[in-house]
Design a protein around this ligand. Structure first.
Ligand code: CO
Length: 608
């Protein structure tokens, strides 16, 4: 007998509806789903935590609690990204432990724990904690294809996970590229090696051969298969729950589930599907067997396409794809899953745009320092030197990355308490894991986005501009008044550097060599006037790509050395330094924290 782990309430809508399924659309069908007798239901973790607070104005902890009330008979599972929990960076041990404890308390029974690099050291603390609180631990390994990801290696690592105390194991094929033979070989390998605990295969329809892989997995002795109800699957979702159940009927692998119940669930979600029609993407519904050639997951591909389109570089798509393959090899074959898919993807885009490793992103440096964990394969000394410089050996860490982090929970708790926002311990974690959007959510400033039911009364564009703080862009020539130190000037700005004052033309830097001047506003724009910025040749530092300025590292008149970061740009889900190209002094800062910038937007000017 094979059992199914149903992903309808987590991965299915993460794969085809941008993770937007609301709790209100889950609750009415819970009773029926609870009757099927699934091995377990995945309902939490992954991207759902982020989506709840960012787009739905829903408390993810309350969702978990509500679902656990309505699904009393089926074990509920969350997807836990080891030390990244439900986000994209490492958190210290105290935060990870607290999170798992509270997840269990709120109704999570099973913890599927994985690390992007399959670095078992990163999985140790979450595994031990989940065991300790009474949870069922499913130790997962990300599936990929590379010369170092051999069947033997998977079997060895799974054996180790069993030793670490896991209750079950999972092959996590997030890109949907596992072939029938590989699925068979890994599962059979595990069984032959004497692994006793159940094995689960998680995959997506992407390659088109997943149904065959599931059948071979059954033949190899798989215990659990991941599926989603057909109404919410498509190409990037899981094989359909009903189809797999029907396929295994009257065989030795029969799940024994009632098809009538599954059809009721299907019908229910067919209607729900329409409610979210504004999120339907044909791309998510189309199979993509090319994944078997380049091993780049569909999610990463669509992310690359949209990023390149925004950067005005859609014509470089093929070049970037080839570069991703090269970069991945040079990085020691990391699995292309969040967050390493972004590290590799962003570096590949930079390599194509600016020349190979001419610009090295922060995450790339962190990756080479070992801050994500141990790369799966060898990395050459030349690569280390290229990324970290001649003293690279001093920079690379040997220990578990999170062991270098200071505890954070107490500090965040105090901060939240001081702000008067602490209502329950869970709030501390929401705030710690997502400091910006989490805080906004806790303050009650997040508005739930529309659903298709509300269309066409409210169009997405209208809603968007309402939610977003509009930063007016200056269109040149600009005409108006400028106030500098209390005096009004009638000005016409022809471009960023040329200004007409009362009909006479000046170069901005000549007219106000020590003033910070900006059209349209006088408040707070003249503070640089109090500082001394030496005159000299001016260098404009511009944004290398489209993104959001998430931090500004310098202030006017501050001295910087070549290579010092002046601002942090978030692009393609990654943080990138924008650095000073030479030694000098910051003259003016043209953007503010939180501002969206385009490629070529002026960030700062410096002299020297
Ligand atoms: Co998945």
């Amino acid at each position: 007998m094979v059992q199914l782990h149903d992903q309808t309430l987590r991965d299915a809508h993460q794969s085809v509806l941008a993770t937007r399924l609301r709790t209100e659309d889950m609750v009415p069908i819970c009773d029926t789903m609870d009757k099927v007798g699934f091995h377990s239901l995945e309902v939490w973790g992954g991207a759902t935590f982020d989506a709840c607070i960012r787009y739905l104005n829903e408390d993810p902890w309350e969702r978990l609690n509500t679902l656990s009330e309505h699904l009393p008979n089926t074990p509920l599972q969350m997807l836990e990204r080891a030390m990244n929990i439900v986000a994209y960076r490492n958190f210290p041990d105290d935060v990870v432990k607290k999170f798992i404890k509270l997840a269990y308390k709120n109704g999570c029974d099973n913890f599927r724990i994985f690390d992007a690099l399959n670095d078992l050291r990163n999985m140790k603390v979450p595994i031990e904690t989940a065991k300790k609180v009474g949870g069922h631990v499913q130790g997962s390994l990300c599936y990929t294809i590379s010369p170092v990801h051999t069947v033997e290696r998977y079997v060895e690592d799974f054996k180790e996970l069993e030793k670490m105390g896991c209750d079950s194991l999972c092959i996590k094929d997030m890109a949907g590229m596992i072939s029938p033979t590989r699925a068979y070989d890994i599962i059979k390998g595990c069984k032959d090696a004497g692994i006793k605990i159940p094995i689960d295969l998680h995959s997506h329809n992407t390659s088109g051969m997943t149904g065959m892989a599931y059948m071979k997995a059954c033949e190899a002795g798989v215990d659990i298969l991941d599926t989603s109800i057909s109404s919410l699957t498509g190409a990037t979702g899981q094989p359909p729950t009903e189809s797999v159940t029907a396929a295994l009927k009257d065989t030795e692998f029969d799940t024994g589930y009632d098809m009538e119940l599954l059809m009721d669930i299907r019908e229910y979600f067919n209607e729900i599907w329409d409610k979210y029609r504004h999120l339907h993407r044909s791309q998510a519904l189309r199979l993509d067997p090319s994944v078997t050639m380049h091993q780049i997951p569909g999610g990463m591909l669509s992310n690359l396409v949209s990023q390149l389109e925004k950067q005005g570089a859609a014509d470089q798509y093929d070049e970037v794809l080839k570069e991703v393959v090269k970069v991945r090899k040079e990085f020691g074959y990391p699995t292309l899953v969040t967050p390493t898919s972004q590290v590799v993807g962003t570096q590949a885009v930079m390599n194509v745009k600016f020349g190979r490793y001419e610009r090295i992103t922060n995450p790339t440096k962190e990756y080479f320092r070992g801050m994500y964990g141990r790369p799966p394969g060898e990395i050459s000394e030349e690569m280390y030197e290229k990324i970290l410089g001649p003293d690279w050996e001093d920079e690379v860490i040997d220990e578990r990355p999170a062991s270098l982090l200071e505890p954070e929970y107490k500090k965040k708790k105090d901060e939240l308490e001081d702000m008067g926002l602490l209502r329950k311990p869970e709030d501390v974690l929401t705030y710690t894991i997502y400091p910006d959007i989490g805080l906004k959510f806790l303050k009650g400033e997040v508005e739930a986005e529309f659903t298709s039911d509300q269309l066409p009364l409210e169009k997405p564009e209208e809603k968007k501009t309402k939610e977003k703080e509009v930063v007016p862009r200056v269109k040149y020539p600009y005409k108006g008044k400028v106030k500098v130190d209390g005096t009004d000037y009638d000005v016409k700005m022809k471009d960023e550097g040329t200004i007409q004052v009362n009909g006479k033309e000046y170069n901005v830097s000549v007219l106000f060599p020590d003033k910070k001047i900006r059209p349209g506003s006088s408040k707070g724009k003249t503070e640089a006037g109090k500082n001394d910025v030496p005159s000299g040749e001016e260098t404009k530092i511009k944004s290398p790509m489209l993104g959001t300025i998430i931090d500004i590292k310098v202030s006017p008149s501050e001295k910087v050395n070549a290579g010092d970061p002046v601002a942090i740009l978030e692009a393609m889900k990654m943080e990138n330094d924008i650095s000073a190209p030479k030694d000098g002094t910051i003259k003016e800062i043209h953007v503010k924290k939180g501002e969206d910038v385009e490629e070529g937007t002026l960030i700062t000017t410096m002299v020297g």
